[in-house]
Design a protein around this ligand. Structure first.
Ligand SMILES: Cc1cc2nc3c(=O)[nH]c(=O)nc-3n(C[C@H](O)[C@H](O)[C@H](O)COP(=O)(O)OP(=O)(O)OC[C@H]3O[C@@H](n4cnc5c(N)ncnc54)[C@H](O)[C@@H]3O)c2cc1C
Length: 343
């Protein structure tokens, strides 16, 4: 069975990884096709905190989150966890209002609690509530190259190409996994998908050992000041601009990030700036993870498309869980194919 994964961000590469691991490579020829690879995807821009959105979760979404946690736990226990960019970090999200609702997934992270009186008084004096917990970090800029090498070792082909329409692939492949992120807007004409532009800076501040996200601190900044410790740099942000498609680092946004972050965390005032990056969060009202059969109008040939995109501001968190569902779908297709060929 010939399978092509369109997209080489965290969603595409996690899907490819879990297919290879869960289905094996016997009877499977896999290609990853994308117009951009690490370090040039949105996934490379992300901080990598495992933190789902704070809204009501469906049963299916809770299952994805559990699968993602299970996989990260297994990676954390390997000797190469630092090479993959997997580690644990604690931190706070604080809120200006006292109406903070505990999220459905609070028991999936470790030590979830509200901020103490001392923390609110001394660390976040303008904030009313929020939470503290210990959670996974998955740094895509380390994870993506690691997965790429692992997949190449298992015989997966990598092709750099912009796909204009999935129909282009329907003669050459049996299964197309569409992990095109915000690119799905044009690739499959999904108008529910839109970008939320994010810009971040990486600075040298090795003393930062926690993540701190201050929600709604500066209403004039379209984003939240935040800092996140990484394995070899600290990420500061951030910008959230819905509907903006351009990918250049905007000096006005740089100034807003710097002002917001150094006002909240003056210790960063003299930190050396190592890098700036911009990415487009693939926003959608809900993740599209579903299978669709397409028939080529000329040849009459059928191809199975599995869509896996629209992971919004939390794609690092969802990726490995959604990837497991994709792998289960591919496994089922392989079984059906082998049953048919035996008949
Ligand atoms: C500033 C910032 C901070 C973030 N922090 C976090 C965080 O801490 N935790 C978290 O969980 N999430 C975070 N996110 C969100 C996360 O980065 C995204 O949800 C995630 O990267 C989406 O992954 P993806 O693989 O779907 O998309 P991408 O990484 O954008 O990859 C899409 C892939 O599809 C390819 N593609 C698209 N269209 C085509 C086409 N027509 N032909 C060929 N290839 C195509 C692209 O080239 C690319 O390879 C953050 C995002 C930003 C911007």
């Amino acid at each position: 069975m010939k399978v092509v994964v369109v997209g080489a961000g965290i969603v595409g590469l996690s899907s490819a990884l879990r297919i290879v691991e869960d289905c094996g490579t016997a009877g499977l020829k896999m290609t990853v096709m994308a117009d951009k690879f690490s370090p040039n995807t949105t996934s490379d821009v992300a901080a990598g905190i495992w933190c789902p959105p704070r809204r009501k979760m469906t049963e299916r979404e809770m299952q994805w989150l559990k699968w993602s946690q299970e996989y990260l736990t297994s990676l954390l226990k390997t000797p190469y966890a630092p090479e993959i960019g997997v580690f644990l970090q604690s931190g706070w999200i604080v809120w200006m209002h006292a109406d903070f609702q505990d999220p459905d997934w609070k028991d999936l992270v470790q030590g979830y609690r509200h901020p103490t009186k001392w923390e609110l008084t001394h660390l976040f004096p303008e904030y009313k509530d929020g939470f503290f917990c210990t959670t996974f970090m998955l740094e895509s800029r380390l994870f993506l190259p690691w997965v790429t090498n692992r997949l190449k070792d298992r015989g997966v082909k990598f092709v750099e190409r912009k796909v204009q329409s999935l129909d282009e692939l329907s003669l050459d492949y049996d299964v197309i996994i569409n992990c095109s992120g915000v690119g799905a807007h044009d690739l499959v004409g999904d108008t529910k998908v839109f970008p939320s532009r994010g810009q971040v800076m990486r600075v040298k501040a090795p003393w930062v050992k926690h993540w701190m996200l201050l929600e709604g601190k500066h209403s004039y900044i379209p984003g939240i000041p935040y800092i996140v410790g990484g394995s070899n740099s600290t990420l500061i942000g951030g910008i959230r601009q819905d509907g903006r498609w351009d990918l250049h680092n905007d000096p006005r946004d740089t100034e807003m990030i710097w002002k917001g972050v150094t006002a909240a965390f003056p210790a960063l005032k003299d930190a050396e700036v190592l890098e700036e990056k911009t990415g487009l969060r693939p926003m959608r009202e809900s993740i599209r993870l579903e299978s669709e059969k397409k028939t080529d109008p000329l040849s009459g040939r059928s191809v199975q498309v599995i869509h896996n995109y629209g992971h919004g501001a939390n794609g690092i968190t969802w990726s490995l869980g959604c990837a497991k569902e994709v792998a289960l779908m591919v496994k089922q297709l392989l079984q059906e194919k082998s049953t048919k060929s035996r008949l």
